[in-house]
Design a protein around this ligand. Structure first.
Ligand SMILES: [Zn+2]
Length: 166
């Protein structure tokens, strides 16, 4: 895993610039969606580091050399402080944004268990008809029990049999 621009590999460098750079925020873009109370909630730009270290919460703080090199990404100047941690092989193979984290704690088991069993993202969709469920349920026609009870004039044969039983 790495959090630096791969200057040794021009093709991988282009992929990292395309997929693995945090959109500049802070002073360069104070209205970025990641800005909360004047600071990036993902802590970008990350500080330069000579060596990878383990934080108090057991996450790896990866090495970020201050090479003095900057790159233009989305019309902003960025350096290694803006690179999202990545795995060169995964980025090369799948050519998309894949954030890689290293956790060296038993807490990782809890995280993985929760992540695996949370289920995939879902949404309720209906094709062909659009019913406003909120409007349908909040009509001012009285309580649902009175509103939905069949009236004598529009009873179906099935309902007539049902009402006879009661
Ligand atoms: Zn940010």
């Amino acid at each position: 895993m790495s959090s630096e621009f791969p200057e040794y590999n021009p093709q991988l460098l282009e992929l990292i610039k395309l997929f693995m750079v945090h959109n500049p925020c802070g002073d360069q873009n104070p209205n970025a969606p990641c800005m909360v109370n004047g600071a990036c909630y993902k802590s970008f730009p990350k500080p330069f580091r000579e060596e990878t270290a383990i934080s108090d919460d057991a996450y790896a703080c990866t090495r970020r050399h201050n090479t003095g090199h900057t790159y233009t990404v989305n019309e902003k100047q960025v350096d290694n402080q803006w690179v999202v941690c990545y795995c060169p092989y995964l980025t090369w193979k799948y050519r998309c944004h894949i954030n890689v984290e290293s956790i060296v704690s038993v807490e990782a088991v809890k995280y993985i268990y929760k992540y695996v069993y949370k289920g995939h993202d879902r949404a309720t969709m209906q094709f062909g008809r659009c019913i406003d469920e909120v409007k349908r349920e909040t009509r001012p026609e009285g309580p649902p029990s009175c509103r939905n009870f069949p009236r004598p004039s529009n009873r179906s044969p099935h309902l007539r049999r049902l009402l006879t039983i009661f």
